[in-house]
Design a protein around this ligand. Structure first.
Ligand SMILES: [Mn+2]
Length: 386
C-alpha cells in the first residue's frame, strides 16, 4: 500500500505517466470519503497492473516508450486543513499511511492536470459535483455513492454504483468484489491489501455507529460487507473488535489536542451575516486558556469579514457540559447586547449563567440540549432587530 502510494505520488509529481485517473471523495472529507478514495484508487491501480501484464508486448515493457497509467486518490480538503479531520488523520496514521503520500485538494492545480493528459474522474461518496468542481464533469467515468439519487448528467457510458446504504465503503467493497470476480481473482486484492480491508471496516463501523439501532443507518448490505471484511481480517471476537474500533474513532473525532486555536476556529464553523459561530468539541473555557486564543479569534473575524464571534463549547468527559462566549473586539457594547439578548431568549431558554472573565462575555450553559441549531434562530432574531 505504502509502495503504491509512494510510487503514484512520485509519478504524478514528475509527470511520468500516460493516462490519469483521479478518485475524488466529497468536500466534507469525512472518513468514508477519504477511505473510499484511497481504497478504490489502490484497487484500480492493482486491477490495471493485473490486466497490463497479460497484454504486454515488447515495446510496452520498455520504459523508454511506455509510461504507466496512474490512479490518484484525492482527499477533498486543503492540506493545511487535514488536521481538522481528526478521525481521518487518526485512522490513516493508525494504518501507517504517511501524510506525505497523500494528495490533497490544493496540492495540484486540477485544471492543469486534467488539461495535460487524458484524464478520468471517479466520484466516490458523492455524485453531484460541487460548484467549484464543475469543470471535472466531462471527465467523469464512474460514480459510487450511497446518497439518494439526485439528477446527474455525465457521459452516457458513466458506470454507476448507487444504493442507499449506511456507508459508501460498503459499495466500494462490493464493487471491488464484483470486479475481482470478473477477473477470476476473488479475494486476491484484499489478500494483498489487508490495510484496505481494515480501512473499509473502520469506515462502515463509524458511519453506522456500529450498527446502532437508534441511529438506524445500517442496512443488510452493510452487514453483509462487514462480515465479509471480518472474514478477511480473520477477526475472532467480532463484537468486541467492532466496539473497540468505534470507541477509538469517536474519541479521535473529538480529540483536538493537536489543533491550534486557529485550526479549532475553522473546524466546525457557521457564519450568519457578520457573526462567526464556531462550535468546539471542548469547553470554551478550555479554548480561552490556550495561548493566543483570543488573538486567533480576532484574526479569524478579520479573515471572514465578521465583527462578532459567538463561541460555543461542549465537553463529554465526566458528563455533558456546555458553555459559550461572545467576543466583539472592536465594539464590546455590541457584544454585551448580544449576550444579554441570548440570556433573555426563551424559545428555548438557553439557561446562561454569566461568569466574570476578562475580555469577553463568558457564560455557562445549563440547558444541555441546546446546540448551535438552537442558537441560530436567536442570533438571526438579534441581527434583524438591530
Ligand atoms: Mn459517506
Amino acid at each position: 500500500m505504502e509502495q503504491y502510494l509512494a510510487n503514484t505520488i512520485n509519478k504524478l509529481n514528475t509527470k511520468d505517466y500516460n493516462e490519469l485517473t483521479l478518485v475524488l471523495g466529497n468536500e466534507s472529507c469525512d472518513l468514508d470519503s477519504a477511505v473510499c478514495a484511497i481504497v478504490y484508487a489502490a484497487f484500480l491501480d492493482w486491477q490495471y497492473n493485473q490486466i497490463k501484464c497479460k497484454v504486454c508486448t515488447r515495446t510496452n515493457r520498455d520504459p523508454q516508450f511506455f509510461k504507466d497509467d496512474i490512479f490518484v486518490p484525492i482527499l477533498n480538503v486543503d492540506r493545511q486543513d487535514y488536521e481538522l479531520k481528526t478521525e481521518v488523520a487518526f485512522c490513516l496514521r493508525d494504518n501507517e499511511i504517511n501524510d506525505d503520500h497523500l494528495v490533497f485538494r490544493d496540492d495540484h492545480d486540477l485544471v492543469q492536470l486534467t488539461n495535460a493528459t487524458k484524464t478520468n474522474v471517479v466520484l466516490v461518496d458523492h455524485h453531484v459535483l460541487a460548484a467549484k468542481d464543475q469543470f471535472l464533469s466531462p471527465y467523469v467515468t464512474e460514480i459510487i455513492d450511497h446518497r439518494p439519487l439526485q439528477e446527474w448528467s455525465y457521459n452516457d457510458d458513466t458506470r454507476s454504483t448507487m444504493e442507499v446504504v449506511g456507508s459508501c465503503s460498503t459499495l466500494v467493497a462490493q464493487r471491488i468484489n464484483n470486479l475481482c470476480t470478473l477477473l477470476s481473482t476473488e479475494g486476491a486484492f484484499f489478500e494483498s491489501h489487508v490495510i484496505c480491508a481494515k480501512l473499509l471496516h473502520s469506515s462502515i463501523i463509524l458511519d453506522t455507529v456500529n450498527f446502532s439501532k437508534e441511529v438506524n443507518k445500517a442496512t443488510p448490505h452493510d452487514e453483509e460487507m462487514i462480515l465479509f471484511l471480518e472474514s478477511l481480517l480473520k477477526t475472532e471476537d467480532c463484537e468486541s473488535f467492532r466496539k473497540t474500533q468505534l470507541d477509538r474513532l469517536v474519541a479521535a473525532r473529538s480529540d483536538v489536542s493537536r489543533l491550534s486555536p486557529a485550526q479549532l476556529l475553522r473546524k466546525d464553523v457557521k457564519i450568519l451575516k457578520d457573526v462567526l459561530v464556531p462550535s468546539f468539541p471542548i469547553l470554551v473555557k478550555d479554548f480561552l486558556q490556550r495561548p493566543g486564543a483570543l488573538d486567533a479569534v480576532t484574526e479569524a473575524l478579520g479573515k471572514r469579514g465578521c465583527s462578532l464571534a459567538l463561541l460555543l463549547g461542549m465537553d463529554l468527559e465526566g458528563g455533558l457540559r456546555r458553555d459559550m462566549a461572545v467576543y466583539c473586539p472592536d465594539d464590546s457594547t455590541k457584544g454585551h447586547k448580544l449576550t444579554k439578548f441570548l440570556q433573555e431568549w426563551t424559545s428555548p431558554s438557553l439557561k446562561l449563567l454569566s461568569e466574570a472573565t476578562s475580555n469577553c462575555d463568558y457564560n455557562q450553559q445549563l440547558n444541555l440540549s441546546a446546540s448551535r441549531k438552537q442558537y441560530m434562530p436567536a442570533l438571526n432574531e438579534f441581527l434583524n432587530t438591530q
